[in-house]
Design a protein around this ligand. Structure first.
Ligand code: B3K
Ligand code: ZN
Length: 891
């Protein structure tokens, strides 16, 4: 195999040729598809004679013409990845290329492929080159038309981007459609769909009074399940107008649900393609989590229309420009539609469990990476977290620093300057800065430096001077390729609590020889944002009349690790009183983390485990506090994830962490049994399912209580949980009860799982839940069950959702994936090799489960390494898997 090439950000060059218009023609067939393209090519510099290099992969070239004349063989060159025109005309010219492709054989699910009998496309990031020869890079923005012809009975619906401008019948039972997209776009936003689909139709009236037709396309039998997706789309359209003044720009917006899809969804211009699981929902088949995910992702893809499509990325290193910003926008949307605190808690937990652990590992990347081998890996599990989630945190910091209005001004300027352009992260930064005349110091480092900054805070109170000091020191850990780091600009939101638990008024703060007044319009403030920019820095508050308890990093105002000198009793105090609900949760998590780490070391030393009664008391108060939001309570009584705790250990010990988590769960259930039972009783409802915050919150609290209770060996409780399972009227409650029963091996578990399957075998999305639940199970030696499930008739290695449920699910159980006998690693290693032949993107997502192998003990290290080496020695390995496996090994 040709050694895969690394591509660097610093090597970016402007294209020598731009494309102005692109007219595509698809003749879709059962054996092959013919793709004709006609492109107007414009040299960047008139008269230049540089070669024109087009990307292409898995294409059969049928013909090539320049200015209507067939090219001679010596005028161009084709290799496995390119078509090169050695000396194209010096002025504007037309290029016509005909290729032949085989979508039916395409299992990679990028480019044009078939899913359940329908044609569909996925072009981001580099799938368009599997459709035709093209300059497949986002800074080539052109106006497209797309003509599609196909058999009418097999493919009655023909869709592409933009407006339908013509359609009609053809001979031989065929028909055609001609689409025109009036907006310039990069080719990664091109889409085509052809198949037997029906639509749910609705309309949206925009703020300027235009009627937009909305259509969600699925196979006929699934249409009833698209109501929530349509509701989500309309809510997103309205929200973007209200919050950002952004209006939809065409008269038609289509969404198509596809069962075989590598990712969640894709924001193609006016033709969003979605993984079915993020469109289809009914109370009986989808859980609250599914409903929330649909809302968030429909919003996300819709929001891309402005942040991504109208303004796009200059090159793929700038991915965060669109993804970080759009993730931020969807987070804000979901916050406004539900509970802001709970959404923030959920997002921060996700960041901690996925992003942080990898941030110190071999795959550590800054928000804007410096190099890649395979672009798609930017979307592969852990990298996506750096680019999109950490990217969203970076965008959030602008808002924290500028306030909502300042942030909006920055966004307005960004669109004013860059609509219709392909730009960089600096352009976004400059718009935020210029619109607000802001001083952002070294903020740009957030884009280039990898690694999560560790910030330490110490506090001291001067009772005579009535001053309170917070001293910060920061360090960014070394990461591959970046041994030494500079200090970052960290916005730290702070409040100070008095002894009754109330926020103190903050009047002035001293920093760096300057006295800053915090009061605004002569009114004191109760929370402020400190700008920490140096390696070491002190902030001194004046007029502080008693020793406060600080509430630091409110709302998680920066994506850092914070170590403070808060005592255990301070944390209990914050848990009980902080006006910042996020920090109440955070105090509980800090207590839980310390408690778990202490118990882990007891477990390792064979010391009997004992649960701190103060912790039980703290949780009891939260559980019984009727003034609190129920979903908040559910989050507050959930222990930190096992990944998060392992991440804090020198050598990760999955067995100890798991044992401790189970111990705490059971102990809490024993001590709080009465309260938990009454919580279940009070929050049960036989009313019809409603997806709204109060009802979701109620179900969340009831169901987490049930999970706690089910950890007890108590026949009465087993009876109760079984009863909940049988009487449930929606998937949220039914699945929660099933998960509670499935915690323990035995007949009750087996029967319930069988029952669930026979009820739902006709619904592939529910069957995936059933796969995932069994795969993620912590029951001993679960690898054997998972292997059996690989042969289950409902399983199919070619379908990404099934792989994510079963294989991904299995890797989500640290005790089983990291089993000391290596059985988990061996299982994954073998599957990755098999998968890579079918679908490299999915395979590389799976192989990343190995990337943190050095965090474990020597025995595990050797076993994991052996699997990575076995993968590396496989013939014909994809670049996707090669990059992740080789970087993991090299680290
Ligand atoms: N932009 C896409 C992700 C594309 C992944 C390509 N392999 C969808 C999203 O951001 O949600
Ligand atoms: Zn996105």
């Amino acid at each position: 195999m040709e050694a895969p090439k690394e591509i660097f950000l610093k090597d970016y060059k402007m294209p020598d040729y731009y494309f102005d218009t692109v007219d595509l023609k698809f003749s879709l067939g059962e054996e092959k598809t013919i793709v004709s393209s006609k492109i107007t090519v414009v040299p960047r510099v008139e008269g230049s004679s540089s070669p024109l290099v087009l990307n292409g992969s898995d294409l059969k070239l049928v013909s090539i013409k320049v200015n209507n004349k067939e090219l001679k063989e010596e005028d161009y060159k084709v290799d496995a990845r390119h078509l090169t025109l050695s000396s194209p005309p010096s002025g504007t010219f037309t290029l016509e290329i005909v290729t032949e492709i085989y979508p039916q054989k395409n299992t990679s699910l990028e480019g044009l492929y078939k899913s359940s009998g329908n044609f569909c496309t996925q072009c981001e990031a580099e799938g368009f080159r599997k459709i035709t020869f093209y300059q497949d890079r986002p800074d080539i923005m052109a106006k497209y038309t797309c003509y599609i012809e196909a058999d009418k009975s097999l493919y009655p619906v023909l869709l592409s981007n933009g407006n339908l401008i013509n359609h009609g019948e053809l001979e031989g039972g065929k028909h055609y459609a001609l689409w025109e997209d009036p907006f310039k776009k990069p080719c990664y936003l091109f889409a085509l769909v052809a198949g037997q689909l029906e639509s749910r139709d609705d309309t949206f009236k925009t703020c300027s009074g235009r009627q937009v037709a909305l259509r969600i396309w699925t196979p006929a039998q699934d249409l009833p399940k698209t109501a929530h997706a349509m509701y989500s789309l309309k809510a997103a359209m309205k929200w973007d107008e209200d919050v950002f003044g952004l209006e939809y720009d065409l008269d038609l917006f289509n969404i198509v649900a596809v069962p075989d899809f590598n990712m969640g969804a894709m924001e193609n211009k006016s033709l969003n393609l979605f993984n079915s699981k993020l469109v289809l929902a009914s109370p009986e088949t989808a859980s609250d989590g599914d409903y929330a995910a649909i809302l968030g992702v429909i919003g996300h893809e819709y929001f891309h229309n402005w942040t991504g499509n109208r303004v796009t990325c200059r090159d793929w290193f700038q991915l965060s420009l669109k993804e970080g910003l759009t993730v931020f926008r969807d987070q804000e949307f979901s916050s406004d539609m539900g509970s802001r605190t709970v959404k923030r808690i959920a997002d921060v937990s996700k960041l901690r469990n996925y992003q942080f652990p990898q941030d110190s590992g071999p795959m550590a990347h800054p928000v804007r990476p410096h190099s890649y081998i395979k672009m798609d890996n930017f979307y592969t599990g852990k990298l996506l977290f750096s680019i999109s989630w950490n990217g969203a945190e970076v965008v959030r910091m602008y808002k924290t620093l500028l306030g909502s209005q300042g942030f909006r001004k920055g966004m307005d300027l960004y669109f004013k300057r860059h609509d219709g352009q392909a730009v960089t992260c600096e352009d976004f930064f400059a718009a935020m800065r210029d619109a607000n005349d802001a001083d952002f110091a070294n903020f740009l480092l957030w884009y280039s430096q990898a690694g999560t900054p560790l910030v330490k805070v110490t506090s001291s109170y001067n009772a005579e001077a009535h001053t309170y000091s917070l001293k910060f020191s920061q360090e960014v850990p070394p990461t591959p390729g970046q041994p030494a780091k500079e200090p970052m600009f960290i916005p730290v939101a702070v409040g100070l609590l008095d002894s009754s638990g109330k926020d103190m008024a903050l009047s002035t703060v001293h920093n760096d020889g300057k006295l800053l007044s915090l009061a605004s319009n002569n009114q004191p403030v109760y929370s402020t944002v400190l700008r920490v920019t140096k390696k070491e820095e002190e902030f001194v508050f004046s007029d502080i009349l008693e020793k406060p308890i600080p509430s630091l990093l409110r709302g998680y105002s920066a994506p850092i690790r914070l170590q403070s000198d808060l005592s255990e009793s301070d944390l209990f105090f914050l848990l009980a009183h902080d006006s910042d609900e996020f920090n109440r949760w955070e105090a509980g998590q800090l207590l839980a983390r310390n408690l778990m780490l202490g118990l882990v070391s007891d477990f390792q030393q064979n010391t009997p485990l004992v649960l701190n009664p103060k912790f039980v008391h703290g949780l009891r108060s939260i559980l019984c506090d009727s003034s609190l939001d129920k979903e908040f309570i559910a989050k507050a009584i959930t222990m930190p994830g096992e990944g998060e705790i392992m991440d804090m250990m020198k050598v990760a010990d999955p067995d100890a962490v798991h044992a401790v988590r189970i111990f705490i769960r059971k102990q809490l259930a024993l001590e709080l049994k009465a309260e938990l039972l009454s919580t279940v009783e009070k929050n049960r409802s036989s009313e019809e399912y409603v997806y709204d915050h109060p009802n979701m919150a109620r179900r969340a609290l009831k169901n987490i209580s049930l999970v706690y209770l089910a950890s007890l060996e108590d026949p009465e409780i087993i009876e109760l949980v079984l009863q909940e399972y049988k009487t449930a009227t929606n998937m949220t409650d039914q699945f929660a009860a099933l998960a509670a029963i499935a915690q323990k091996p035995g007949k009750a578990r087996d029967d319930a799982l069988d029952d669930f399957y026979s009820k739902w075998q006709h619904d592939f999305l529910v069957v995936n839940k059933w796969f995932a639940l069994q795969a993620m199970s912590d029951i001993p030696s679960n690898v054997e069950n998972v292997k059996k499930l690989l042969n289950h008739p409902a399983f199919d290695l070619r379908n990404p959702n099934k792989v994510y449920s079963l294989i991904g699910g299995f890797c989500g159980s640290p005790v089983n994936f990291h089993a000391k006998d290596g059985s988990g690693y061996k299982f994954l290693g073998e599957i990755v090799v098999q998968l890579d032949k079918l679908n490299p993107q999915v395979a590389s997502r799976m192989v990343s489960a190995f990337s943190r192998w050095k965090r474990y003990d020597e025995t595990r290290q050797n076993l994991a390494k052996a699997q990575l080496e076995m993968i590396m020695s496989t013939n014909g390995l994809s670049e996707n898997v090669f990059e992740i496996a080789s970087k993991s090994l090299a680290a």
